[in-house]
Design a protein around this ligand. Structure first.
Ligand SMILES: NC(=O)c1ccc[n+]([C@@H]2O[C@H](COP(=O)([O-])OP(=O)(O)OC[C@H]3O[C@@H](n4cnc5c(N)ncnc54)[C@H](OP(=O)(O)O)[C@@H]3O)[C@@H](O)[C@H]2O)c1
Length: 326
């Protein structure tokens, strides 16, 4: 990794409060994994869901890059793409060493979306990020008609051909929606879904489908919630390997071959999370089996109806709260 982490750009958003010149030149970075299109991406990403735009996102991303994250996950919905772009530029890390993901979120809030709207949305994201391309562009949600989802996917294939998105994928798709894309000329490289040991057994169908089609799984909700920090099974496993409960949850994900996402605005937590990807320790086969069996559907977060099928996420993101550009 070259990482000539020098100070350059002034961010176009307020900040920074973390000086780019404090960036480390030798932070360990998450190992790359190869996607089904032959490209690679780091096996752990820092996300910025619910991180306010402006200083909070700028500082979080810059701090994440400083500790060694090289994969950043944002979305149209998060309204902080401009701050992500500013932090990437301010880091001074060459653009091609940072893997940037964003998502077309209109389906999340129930806005029907066709081919041209999808491409227009990507262009808006690129303008906000001030980037020529994103490394990964996702359909944020399957909450639209089969016809529209197929059009959206064709638009992503076109965007990839045009070099606007190096890789394309989906989020929160279950097996039936993935099947809608089965006849397309390209398949998704990733499916970003809510997944942790607690949800593992409820996700069998979609996980089996993705495994068969070589679609990588990017778990969100990998750390579950604060509620599980005192879970007896997790605490006992964590003690036995002299690690923390978040460490165990992330290692479970990585050992499964998944690419977990974490959110943290706290540099210490960011370091701890990334260390799980860079440090060479393993959970035993017995611990992995224990975690696989720990199922508890009460830990479904924002996609509770996904247990049965496609959920009604609009309850969580009412249209009234969406910015006009959604
Ligand atoms: N595609 C989708 O539908 C979807 C949905 C949700 C999320 N996502 C993506 O996934 C990312 C992760 O989201 P998430 O919901 O799964 O959040 P998460 O990673 O579970 O983060 C939740 C909280 O965990 C805390 N945390 C992180 N590392 C920790 C550690 N080592 N010890 C203790 N606490 C720690 C963070 O607080 P501190 O800031 O205090 O560290 C954070 O607020 C998002 O940013 C987004 O990019 C995608």
């Amino acid at each position: 990794m070259s990482a000539a982490l020098l100070l350059v750009a002034t961010p176009s958003v307020p900040g920074p409060r973390i000086s780019p010149n404090t960036l480390s030149l030798n932070a360990a970075v998450a190992p790359p994994i190869t996607l089904n299109d032959g490209n690679t991406m780091p096996d752990m990403a820092l996300g910025v869901f619910r991180v306010p735009p402006g200083n909070a996102t700028f500082d979080s991303v810059l701090s994440g890059l400083k500790v060694g994250f090289r994969s950043i996950d944002t979305a149209q919905l998060y309204q902080n793409e401009a701050s992500v772009g500013a932090a990437v530029r301010a880091s001074g890390i060459p653009r091609d060493e940072i893997f940037v993901t964003t998502k077309m979120s209109r389906g999340y809030i129930g806005l029907p979306t066709n081919y041209s709207t999808t491409l227009a949305t990507l262009q808006t994201s690129l303008s906000l990020l001030k980037m020529d391309y994103v490394d990964l562009y996702l359909l944020h949600s399957p909450r639209d008609t089969e016809k529209n989802i197929k059009e959206q996917w064709e638009a992503l294939i076109y965007a990839k051909k045009q070099g606007l998105a190096k890789n394309i994928g989906v989020s929160d798709f279950l097996a039936p929606q993935l099947q809608w894309l089965a006849d397309a000329s390209e398949k998704p490289v990733v499916n970003q879904i809510e997944l942790s040991p607690f949800l593992y057994k409820y996700r069998k169908t979609v996980l089996d489908y993705c495994k068969e089609k070589d679609i990588a799984i990017e778990p969100w909700g990998a750390l579950v919630t604060d509620k599980v920090l005192n879970d007896t099974t997790l605490v006992n496993i964590a003690k036995s390997v002299s690690k923390t409960v978040p460490d165990v949850l992330l290692k479970w994900s990585l050992q499964k071959g998944y690419l977990p996402l974490v959110t943290s605005t706290n540099t210490t937590h960011q370091k701890e999370d990334l260390a799980v990807a860079t440090e060479d320790w393993m959970l035993s086969a017995q611990d992995m089996a224990t975690l696989d069996a720990i199922g508890n559907s009460s830990y479904f977060g924002e996609s509770p109806a996904d247990i049965a099928g496609v959920g009604n996420i609009s309850a969580f993101f009412p249209t009234a709260n969406c910015p006009a550009r959604c």
